[in-house]
Design a protein around this ligand. Structure first.
Ligand code: MG
Length: 256
């Protein structure tokens, strides 16, 4: 008899029944919550370490300073030997033809702050204007380019993950002005056999504007063809010599 009745219910009736059950459940849950002890969900350990923030974009108390404005002691040439870029006025500048430079220390997951400046003397177009690059783990390029008033392919402009991810906005300042990149990078994880277990992700804030929002990196930066992952451990941070006198200052890292 009951079964017969249930079968006779229309679609609308069923919906009403289901809705009523949900409302009763929600109400019941709320009632249960009222009786819960709020301290049960309080977590007191571990205690986060105290870090004293820097003034403005200056390094916080626990940062590793990669460039303090005076020397390239923490850097080497990507070709081996001394970093040959020019240091002066609290900054350093790409010396064309000497090759990229990379940090002596190797990093994985990190928060990185770097300031860069396109040459005030505007030369070239597109990829030829104020080109350098921030290579995370020497492999994954966050493009540095004068994209203020110069078009190139969107996945190659400033703030792009080169040839992989278009920035969410063009936050580029005019050439000759200092610009900031704040980067949160999670290194790729590889299995014992060298296959990829978790791709790298990156968030990039350009002059205070999010241009990459937890972007998944699909492999090492390639000029030609598609990116591929090749297993590696911690590596240096590298800056690209693309032949243009791009300057840098105030570079610091916090390992995550
Ligand atoms: Mg570049």
């Amino acid at each position: 008899m009951l079964l017969l009745t249930i079968h006779n219910f229309g679609k609308k009736t069923w919906l009403l029944i289901v809705f009523s059950i949900l409302v009763i459940m929600a109400f019941g849950q709320g009632k249960d919550r009222e009786s819960l002890d709020p301290t049960v969900t309080e977590i007191w350990e571990p205690v986060p370490p105290k870090v004293t923030p820097g003034e403005g974009t200056m390094p916080p108390s626990d940062a590793i300073i990669l460039f303090d404005g005076t020397s390239l002691n923490n850097w080497t040439s990507e070709n081996g030997g001394k970093a040959k870029w020019t240091v002066g006025d609290g900054a350093f500048t790409v010396k064309a033809g000497t090759g990229g430079i990379k940090t002596k220390q190797k990093f994985g997951d990190m928060q990185l702050h770097i300031e860069w400046r396109s040459p005030s003397e505007v030369k070239g177009e597109g990829q030829g204007r104020g080109n350098s690059g921030l290579f995370l783990m020497e492999t994954y390029e966050v493009q540095i380019l004068d994209s203020y008033e110069s078009r190139t392919y969107s996945n190659g402009q400033a703030g792009s993950i080169y040839k992989q991810s278009i920035p969410l906005a063009n936050a580029t300042k005019p050439p000759g002005e200092w610009q900031t990149y704040d980067v949160i990078f999670m290194a790729p994880v590889f299995r014992e056999d060298g296959t990829l277990s978790r791709p790298a992700t990156v968030t990039v804030i350009h002059n205070g504007i999010v241009v990459q929002n937890h972007t998944t990196i699909t492999g090492g930066t390639e000029y030609k063809g598609l990116p591929v992952y090749k297993a590696h451990g911690k590596k240096s941070i590298m800056l690209q010599d693309h032949g243009n006198p791009v300057s840098f200052r105030n570079i610091w890292v916090r390992e995550l």
